[in-house]
Each structure stands twice: as C-alpha cells, then as structure tokens.
Design a protein around this ligand. Structure first.
Ligand code: FUC
Length: 743
C-alpha cells in the first residue's frame, strides 16, 4: 500500500507550504501555525465581475480582411487588424477571487515542541499536533462533501488549557461582525475590466466550546480556558448560473450550518470520510518500496531526482487524485488554473479556465484514475459554453453552433481575449468536446451520456462547417484566423491559417460527431456532411528535419523560441489517439523528432504533457527522466502543488496522468499493459485503473513480467488486452475475470 500522507515537521511559512482541503466548492489552505494559525478560504463561484456577453459586433465586418492578409502572408498586419476589431469586449475576463483568511492566535504556543503537521489523502483530513509545557494540542480540519461545510476541532489533553482569539479578514468589499460564538462576513465581489461586481456573498463560522468561556468583541471571538472547541464554517455567493446572480447566500449558509450543528462533529467527520473514500478508495497503486517513506515530504521532493523513491511517484498519482476529488465534484465549478485554491485578488492569469491546454489537462487524470464522477463539472461547463458561445459564433462570425476561444471564466465568456497573439484561436470548445468524447469512450459509450454530449458536439461542429475556409490553390479547408497556441512563427506573429493542432482537433471533433450520430441513429445527413468535411482537413505534414510540422508551412526550425513550452502539434499523439506508434510509425517518428527539438525542459504543465508524450511513444525511461523534472523543487512546491511557476494545478494532473500512461494505454479496441515501464519501477501493482471501453484493471508485475491480472467490465468488452505482442484476453463478458498472464 502506498502510504498516502504528506507530512512536515514545521508549520507552513508560505502559502505553497500550506495543505489544501476542499469539497469541490469550498477550499481551505491550512497552515498549521503554532502561535498563529491560518485557514485561507475560497468558494468556487466567488469571481470578480458579473454576467456579461463579450461578443463584438465589429468582428464580422473585419473577418474577411484579416483572412485575406493571412493568405497574402502579411501576418503582422493581420494580427494588428485582429487586435483592433476581432477581440471581445471587454478585452480581458474576470478573475477567481479569495474569500479571505480565518486567523487564530494561540498565545500559549510560544514554546511548542514535538511538532507534526500532515494531510492524510485517504481521509482528507489535515492535522496539526504539538506540545507546550507537557500539554498536547491537536487540531483536525476537513471540508466535507457530504455536508457541504468546513469543520475543525481544536483540543488539548489537559482540561482548560485551550485559549485563543479568532477573526476573519478579507480583501473583498464588505463588513464583518462577531456575536455569541459566531463570526460573519457580508461581502460583495469586485468589479473588473469595466464589468461591475454583481455578486453578494456570505461567510459564517460557528464555534462550540467544551469548557471555558467564549467572548466576542468587534469582529473577533475570544476563547478562554476551554477543553476543546469545534468550528463549522461555510461560505456561499449569490451565483446560480453564468447569467443568474439571484441566489440567497445567507440562507444557504444557514441551512448547511444548522444541519451540521445538529449532526455534530463526530458524525460530520465519519460522513466526510465515507464520502471521500467512496471516490478515493476506487484505485490504488504501488510502484515499489522505498526507504524514503519515513522522510518528510519536502525532503523527498528535494531528493527525488537523485534517489530511487518509487513510492513517491505513486504518492504523486494519489495526490493528483486527491486534488481532483477536492476541486471537482458533481454540482461544483470545474477545476480552474489553481483548482479551487487561490489567495490573490489578482491571481496569475486570473486563475481562470484556460482552454489551449490547461483546463483540458486538469481532466487528463480523472477517467484512468477511476474518478469519472469528477468529470461532471466539465460536462456542465461545456453545456453552458454551448449557450454563451452561440452568441459569439453568431455575432463575431455570423455562424451557427457555438465557439470558445482560449479562455473562459465563471461568466462563460467565449470571445477572443488578451490580445490576438493568444486569443484568436477558435478551437478551445472543440478541444473540450474531443475530451468529453474521450470520457464517453472510457465509459464504453453509455447511451445516456452519448445523447447528452451529442448536441454539444453538433453545435461545435456546426460552427466549423460554417467558418472553415478554403486554403487558396487547394481544396483543403482550414481555420482562419487561428494560431498554434501560443507559438510565434518566423513572420513575427502567431496568427496563421490551419495550424496542425486545429486540423487534429477538428478531425477528432468531426469523427466524434459522426460516431455519436450513428450510435444514436440521428442526423445521418449532418453526419455525412461532417465526415466529408473531415476528409478535406489538411493531413499532418513531415518537415525538412523529419519533424511533425506545427504549421502548414515548414517553419518549425525558424521560430524565435525553439524550446517553446506548448507542444500543440503533438496533440495528435496525446491526448488524441490519432497518431499511434503501433499504426503510424512514420508520423510517430516525426512527432518524436519534434519532441526532441522542443526539449524536455518546460513549465510544470509543459513537463506534464511531455511525460504523456514520451509514454505514448513507448519510451518509459525517457518519460521517467521527465518525471524527475516534475517531482523536483523547481516544479513542485513543498505541498506538492505544481509550480508553472507560479502555482498552477494542471501539472499535478498532467504529471499523474503521465505516470498512469506509462502503465496502461488504451484505445477503443485495445488495452496495452506496461507499454512504457521505466527500469526504476521493477515491481508494482495497481488496482482499479480504468481503460477505454468500460473496463477496470487490477494487475501486478515483477521484473517487467506480469504476475496477475483481473479485468472488470461494466458491460461486454469487445476489445483485446495485450502485454507486448502477447494477446492476453479478448471479448470478455460483463463482470470480473481473473485472467492468465502465461499465454
Ligand atoms: C497558457 C500558457 C501559460 C499559462 C497560461 C495560464 O496560456 O501558455 O504558460 O499556463 O496558459
């Protein structure tokens, strides 16, 4: 068993040392301070601004001119014109906001000894222990998905030894108050980029003491001489949907806190653990034992690249799963650039949903790691974008369907933002659709899910049927204007026509639409139209250095930033299944060449992507070399949050997904076991790893040889399970099968 615990011998001295808790909606970062404790708090609908429709009526009139300039090779002029007329109004989006900080003073903790701080990933409880003058103090904190609230218990093992002060501070407009065991904050959100703040929000912390006295003064609470104290806390905003801010936050907070109070801490704790385990325990992984298990987490990160610590790579996977469960649950917002954890009023990149890699990467782990229910917020996001994005499609492009560019926020803004260099990329929604189709593939295409996704895919495809343009002098159809995120080509701009990534994404989207329509027995004419359009997309091209071209032109070696972090044109290798080294050795070799030219050093997510790519290309030792770059103080903070830098959660998910991709790969027809096993993982086992086709796998290995294999199928499984060139099984009935590995 992997021992799924992060632990430390001192309090957090900075935010990236603190330990994250969450129920998808409510997030807390626990510092575990002795004299001063801090819980930094978030609620996932608390963003700046308010409902807005950023479509730009000027765009359509200028579209043809921008296209013409691109086809004439006048890229810089095209980019200037796009900047002036194609961008969304407002030009920037809203940002995810912190609620504030719950602060505690423990004056008696000056001489704390025997300190221990930990996060148990299996129970999702953060705890802090220390001793002062022979008295042991203990704090436990969790955020419950079962009851919706944060709960904390502070206790001492000598009666009457507990005294502290508590207050809530916020940078958001509003006012706080304290009364008889309750702290409250009545908040508003900030306006941003010309959009007024339109949310109200409310926080309440209720405190119950065993022994001692509780007093309040101004907006502070004081506890004197208690044996133990429990705190229940909740936050809510008036956000109901991207176009509706009519919620009553005080009422929802009161309802949840009343219910939590009736239940009591012990029952809350038991139900919290059960709700967490219902997801967390669906999977387990061992990659070999390690003497380093007894070292604090920070030390293991610092030593990972030099030591053999396979247990820590397994822990990295479990931490990624933990972060998925805590940041994305049915009914919550999807995980943003920081999941749900953000302390800053102006967070990096707005802590938004960036769709030219980051938002998708946040969900690369979930299906394989047996957390399919956590993908629900992403489906709901796309359902809402299909509504808001229809306006941008119509106004900016005169097109049917819906479109999303490279970013969105809680208001589901879909127009191009930030500047044409980054924003004029119409394929964000199409990528999300391709990802949701892969989610359906993992589930084995249940009819209900296919029927739910179909209108989203159809709308995304309609947009491209209406906006693809003929590449001059050919019968090929291309996106224009677009970019290959966010790489500048040799003509001083990113703007272009038909970048490889767009062609690959649209091949996936169009195939998904046609497949979904066939499965549902609907829209045969539209499916045929889309399938015909798919044939007219430009094929992938191999360039003069043997590389997979990033653009229609062979520009790759002449770009200003040859080691660019994005590897957009390798989308076809991963996450897409288009370029499979087993079927397309020539394109796979070109992709490998591109990856070599790009190099392995990148941002956190850039490294996460490269691990998956090397795994798909079948090079386990190279993939592991890249894992060493990720589990390293430059790319992992002490709390194991991914460092872009700064903190960005995508690398946690991309990296963990990459480790699983080294152990199992799959497509609709096949499962490949241990396709990219590095030498470092000589023996191991996994339980509950899911593969495409609706199948879950338990297996173990030693010296590269499979020892045991159990496959559990949700429904009859038509594919084949392979280990190298050995065919282990195929055509399985629904249910659990113990399979022979000695065929
Ligand atoms: C993309 C990346 C950046 C960053 C940002 C949030 O634009 O190019 O590196 O991750 O998203």
């Amino acid at each position: 068993m992997t021992h799924p615990v992060l632990w430390y011998t001192s309090p957090a001295s900075k935010w990236t040392d603190a330990l994250p808790l969450g129920n998808g909606r409510l997030g807390a970062m626990v510092f575990g301070g002795t004299t001063q404790e801090e819980l930094q708090l978030n609620e996932d609908t608390l963003w700046s601004g308010g409902p807005n429709t950023p479509s730009n009526p000027e765009a359509l009139a200028n579209l043809a001119a921008v296209r013409a300039l691109i086809f004439e090779g006048r890229f810089a002029e095209a980019e200037r014109l796009a900047d002036a007329h194609l961008m969304g109004r407002p030009y920037l989006q809203s940002s995810y906001q912190p609620a504030g900080r719950l602060l505690f003073d423990f004056p008696q903790a000056m001489r704390a000894q025997n300190y221990d701080r930990r996060l148990d990933l299996a129970s999702a409880i953060a705890s802090t222990r220390y001793e002062v003058d022979g008295v042991a103090y203990h704090r436990e904190c969790f955020v419950s998905a079962a009851d919706g609230v944060l709960a904390m218990r502070i206790s001492a093992d000598r009666p009457g030894a507990l005294s502290f002060g508590m207050e809530f501070v916020s940078e958001q407009p509003g006012h706080g108050e304290a009364a008889s065991g309750s702290l409250r904050y009545h908040g508003r959100n900030r306006g941003e980029n010309g959009i007024a703040g339109q949310l109200s929000w409310f926080l309440e912390a209720r405190l119950v003491n065993v022994g001692g006295v509780v007093t309040s003064e101004g907006d502070r609470i004081g506890v004197d001489g208690a044996d133990a104290v429990t705190i229940h806390l909740d936050i809510a905003t008036s956000y109901r949907r991207f176009d509706d801010v009519s919620g009553d936050p005080a009422a929802s907070v009161a309802a949840r806190l009343d219910a939590a109070g009736r239940k009591g801490f012990d029952a809350l704790r038991a139900d919290h653990i059960a709700a967490h385990k219902a997801l967390f325990d669906r999977f387990d992984i061992e990659l070999g034992p390690s003497p380093a298990v007894d070292l604090p987490t920070g030390t293991r990160i610092a030593r990972f690249a030099e030591t053999d610590d396979p247990e820590f790579a397994a822990l990295y996977v479990q931490y990624g799963r933990y972060l998925t469960i805590c940041s994305s649950r049915p009914g919550t917002q999807p995980a943003n650039l920081q999941g749900i954890w953000n302390k800053e009023i102006r967070p990096p990149w707005g802590s938004k949903l960036t769709t030219n890699i980051n938002a998708e990467m946040n969900y690369w782990l979930a299906d394989a790691a047996n957390l399919a229910p956590c993908v629900e917020p992403l489906i709901q996001l796309v359902e809402e974008l299909a509504v808001s994005g229809a306006d941008t499609a119509r106004v900016n492009y005169g097109a049917r369907g819906w479109v999303l560019h490279h970013n969105t926020d809680v208001w589901r803004a879909t127009a191009p933002v930030d500047g044409a260099q980054w924003g004029v990329w119409p394929t964000g929604g199409a990528w999300l659709c391709a990802q949701l189709w892969d989610h359906a593939r993992y589930a084995g295409f249940p009819r209900e899910l296919v029927a739910r996704l179909y209108p989203l895919l159809k709308g995304a495809a309609q947009f491209f049927i209406d906006t693809l343009v003929q590449l001059p002098g050919t019968d090929r159809m291309v996106t224009c204007p677009s970019i290959s995120p966010e790489n500048m080509h040799p003509h001083g701009s990113t703007i272009c026509a038909g970048p490889t990534m767009d062609n690959q994404i649209l091949r996936d989207l169009f195939a998904a639409v046609a497949d979904a329509a066939t499965r549902l027995g609907r829209d045969a004419d539209f499916a045929a139209e889309v399938a015909a359009m798919r044939e007219r997309l430009p094929a992938d091209r191999i360039g003069k250095s043997g590389q997979l071209q990033e653009w229609l032109e062979d520009w790759d070696l002449d770009v200003p930033e040859i080691h660019h972090r994005h590897v957009s044109h390798l989308y076809g290798v991963y996450p897409s299944l288009q370029i499979d080294p087993r079927r397309d050795p020539e394109l796979a070799a070109a992709a490998r060449r591109s990856l070599e030219i790009r190099g392995d050093d990148a941002t956190g997510w850039g490294i996460g992507w490269r691990i998956n790519l090397w795994a798909r290309l079948g090079d386990g030792n190279h993939a592991f070399d890249v894992v060493r770059r990720l589990i390293h103080p430059e790319r992992s903070y002490d709390n194991l949050f991914d460092a872009h830098p700064p903190f960005q959660i995508d690398g946690n998910f991309g990296g963990a997904a990459g480790i699983l991709e080294m152990l199992v790969q799959s497509d609709e027809a096949s499962v490949f076991l241990l396709p990219a096993l590095p030498d470092a993982w000589g023996a191991g086992r996994v339980r509950g790893l899911r593969a495409r086709g609706g199948i879950a796998l338990d297996f173990s290995w030693r010296d590269r040889r499979l020892q045991t294999l159990v496959a559990s199928c949700d429904q009859p499984y038509a594919g084949t399970i392979w280990h190298g060139s050995k065919r282990l099984a195929g055509a399985l009935t629904a249910g659990r099968h113990e399979l022979s590995v000695n065929v």
